[in-house]
Ligand binder design. Structure first.
Ligand SMILES: [Zn+2]
Ligand SMILES: [Zn+2]
Length: 796
């Protein structure tokens, strides 16, 4: 596996220009380009690669140590360097093979991969039913995959040393990563360079995102990115995937937190490519696309004012918030952006990135001190493997599980309808009406009018002024009553008494001028007294205001808690400990906030019920806290605010979403079956076509075909199992067969499948016998091809 100073019989030496190419033909990769003293066998490199993408925690060093143990030699550091060099050469060959395959398949455009990542989302069919949203995608940033910038040691701990990164012209992972220059074009300060863009008037957002959301998320994310910027070059990664977890694009976050430019750059690249593809293929008008993001509400506002707005509008793209993160947004924002309330989103939660990151975080240790190129190489290798061997393998499982979940939810249909009837709701439309009423109500009390704020301010200042005057009077009396002879000679209190009086006088003057200012602003004819009606009204208003402030504080803390809990699963990044500590501190703060809330609630008339810590933490639904903010008591009499009805409303929407989910799954099943058939046919045809002139490449195409092809029988089996699920409607059997894909590639009319082929690929036809036959045949062809060309198209 690892050979040093061995005499290798260079059979092909005469044919090759370089010794390196001869070595590769023999099945060895050299560790240096010109002088060859050590080589690593291709099988060893291949083995390491497959183990690494399955278990990214295994870096080169422990693997090389294991090889040393096998060879009975002592480990030395330079062996790691040699292995790494050979591995780079091996990966370069693999990348070049893949690009040759893509060229022969006509898939070599830079956007092809992102436009064809997922068969269920991106393989439209002729005559399929149109969905409300043609695509559901998600995007998010993650700071686990950061890389330490190499610097010289500096004498002073506060200033970092000079950067000493080695120049490396190689750029890894081009297929997955957007160029940082392209990303920077979407930085807000570069917007004006975009053609035809005019600075919009402030507050132009059509959808009106809520104020509070932004501060909540940004503050929390900032807290652990500020310090990172000095140490790390890449501070993390921003990824977009479809709902089935196929990666669309990845972006490096460079010396910054999770800024909007990353989301905008992705949207620009992706939407432009879709637009171009549609024009090329002559496909139908753009369908709607939903992009889930932690702060989808805020991103929508940014998008509406950015140079990207016309393209986003043309492509029908809208932002939404994922279900888990959505619960941390306020209620009004939820009604506009939460997936559960958006028609056409089905049961999707769009929290897919949280799941992807919990897997990709295993790369963190390996890449933290890697070079820029190696970091990208490792991440993109892992993405490629994940897309083809995990996301694709699990696609039918995803569909099966969602189908079963939707059918289970729909079982409750009769019970929900009878409960709706019991409260007099005969039509589901009424429940949609509740949402509108709720939205209207929340919008009406969004902000306290400025005049009310001024009145409360005046009340507070007046109270302070009165207190100050009382203290001044006391100080004055003390000064007059002061007699130095009452005290021993060594105790001089004159100065202290005088000072207190002077301080209170200064405070009184300041407060007086503030009160006069507010009186003028409110255009009061005469000053308020404690008995006046105005005073009493302002006092009441202030009590309510303090109460609402207490609820807001509580809400903010609970949001922070949800955020931290959601990140708790980040194993292997050292985050767990940090979060555990943060949660402990947070608990104390919540207890304090609950106390403040209870004090404010008791002062209301009539007083509100006190909350307990457990109640607050268990609730964890910020939307429910939103109702506490209301001090107008009749809100709870509204039909949509009754707790039992709110539960019913949630259940009703779940039913609604479940039937939408089934519609989407039918489209996905139809697409997957068609894709499997057409893709295999096309790859077979190409393979046959080139096998005579270029058998090496034909063999590589067969390996490429088998990457996804190995899962197809499993897919058919799982999809067939859906038909036997309890509650399955037999009329939907029509979706369980292949149709005609609009993106289908073909090798001329002769090889194009005729209609009968559709029947052949029908899931009903899948059985054990067929399985073994096809696999046996496949195995023979592979073995034969392997003999004729081992790594045949390796480029010198
Ligand atoms: Zn929001
Ligand atoms: Zn998908």
């Amino acid at each position: 596996m690892l050979a040093e100073n061995t005499d290798i019989d260079l059979v092909y030496f005469q044919r090759d220009q370089y010794i390196s190419s001869s070595l590769v033909r023999q099945g060895y990769f050299p560790c240096s380009p010109l002088l060859h003293k050590s080589v690593i066998s291709t099988r060893t490199l291949e083995l390491y690669h497959h183990i690494f993408v399955r278990c990214p925690r295994l870096s080169i060093q422990p693997f090389v140590r294991a090889l040393c143990d096998l060879h009975g030699i002592r480990f030395r550091n330079h062996l790691c360097v040699q292995f790494s060099e050979a591995y780079d050469a091996f990966r370069a060959v693999k990348t070049s093979i893949l690009s040759s395959i893509k060229t022969v398949l006509g898939r070599d455009s830079p956007d092809w991969r992102s436009l064809n990542a997922c068969p269920a989302c991106q393989y439209p069919m002729a005559g399929e039913s149109e969905l409300e949203f043609e695509m559901l995608a998600a995007m998010d940033g993650n700071d686990s995959l950061k890389r330490v910038e190499r610097r010289e040691a500096s004498g002073d701990a506060s200033t970092p040393g000079r950067v000493k990164e080695r120049y490396d012209p190689r750029v890894g992972g081009r297929d997955y990563f957007l160029d940082p220059k392209e990303v920077d074009e979407w930085d807000i300060k570069n917007w004006r360079n975009q053609e035809g863009w005019k600075e919009p008037a402030p507050q132009l957002s059509k959808t009106g995102a809520e104020k509070g959301c932004e501060d909540r998320w940004e503050n929390m994310k900032k807290s652990h990115t500020e310090a990172d910027r000095g140490i790390f070059d890449e501070t993390g990664i921003f990824v977009a995937t479809c709902r089935h977890m196929f990666v669309l694009w990845a972006l490096d976050m460079i010396k910054s937190g999770e800024q909007r430019k990353y989301a905008l750059a992705f949207l620009h690249r992706f939407l432009s490519a879709i637009k171009e593809e549609r024009a090329n293929l002559g496909l139908r008008l753009p369908g709607k696309k939903a992009f889930g993001y932690d702060i989808g509400c805020q991103l929508q506002t940014t998008l509406d004012t950015s140079p990207l707005q016309p393209l986003a509008e043309e492509e029908n793209a809208r932002m939404v918030t994922g279900s888990l993160h959505g619960h941390a947004h306020n209620r009004l924002c939820q009604l506009k952006f939460l997936l559960s309330y958006i028609n056409g989103c089905g049961l999707e939660d769009l929290e897919v990135l949280e799941r992807l990151f919990s897997l990709s975080n295993a790369l963190a240790m390996a890449i933290r001190h890697a070079s820029k190129f190696h970091r990208r190489q490792m991440i993109s290798s892992w993405f490629y493997h994940h897309d083809n061997f995990e996301a694709y393998a699990n696609l039918s499982k995803f569909i099966y599980n969602n189908y079963r979940q939707a059918l289970t939810i729909l079982e409750a249909k009769d019970s929900v309808i009878s409960r709706m009837r019991a409260i007099g709701v005969l039509d589901g439309k009424e429940i949609f009406g509740w949402l509108d009423e709720e939205k209207e109500y929340l919008e009406s009390r969004r902000e306290e009018p400025e005049e009310d704020l001024n009145r409360m301010d005046l009340y507070v200042k007046q109270v302070k002024l009165n207190e100050c005057r009382a203290r001044l009077e006391a100080a004055h009396s003390a000064f007059i009553a002061y007699n130095p002879s009452d005290y021993p000679a060594n105790v001089k209190r004159t100065n202290a008494v005088e000072q207190t009086m002077r301080h209170e006088q200064e405070k009184e003057e300041k407060l007086m001028s503030e009160v006069h200012f507010l009186e003028r602003r409110l255009e009061l004819k005469e000053p308020w007294t404690e008995d006046s009606e105005e005073w009493k009204k302002a006092k009441e208003m202030f009590k309510n205001h303090s109460y609402r402030k207490a609820v807001n504080r509580l809400e903010g803390l609970i949001v922070a808690r949800i955020f931290e809990l959601s990140k708790m699963h980040m194993a292997g990044t050292g985050m767990r400990q940090h979060l555990g500590k943060a949660l402990k501190t947070r608990s104390k703060a919540i207890q304090e906030a609950v106390r403040t809330y209870n004090t404010a609630a008791a002062k209301l008339s009539p007083p509100r019920e006190a909350l307990s810590y457990d109640e607050v933490v268990e609730k964890a639904y910020v939307s429910e806290l939103d109702f506490l903010k209301d001090t107008d008591s009749n809100i709870h009499e509204k039909i949509w605010a009754v707790p039992a009805n709110r539960v019913l409303m949630t259940e009703y929407f779940k039913l609604f979403r479940a039937s939408e989910e089934l519609d989407r799954l039918h489209v996905e099943i139809h697409r997957l079956l068609t894709y499997m058939k057409e893709e295999q046919e096309y790859l077979w045809a190409v393979e046959l076509n080139i096998s005579e002139n270029n058998p090496q490449l034909a063999y590589q195409v067969s390996l490429y075909r088998w990457e996804r092809g190995r899962f197809n029988d499993l897919h058919r089996l799982r999809l067939r199992n859906i038909i036997s699920l309890p509650g399955f409607d037999d009329t939907n059997r029509r979706f369980f067969r292949a149709g005609v894909g609009l993106k289908c590639q073909s090798q001329g009319e002769d090889e194009r499948a005729d209609d009968n082929m559709g029947e052949e690929m029908d899931v009903d036809r899948v059985n054990g016998e067929d399985d073994s036959d096809s696999e046996g045949e496949e195995g023979d062809i592979q073995a034969e091809a392997q003999v004729t060309a081992v790594l045949g198209v390796a480029v010198d």
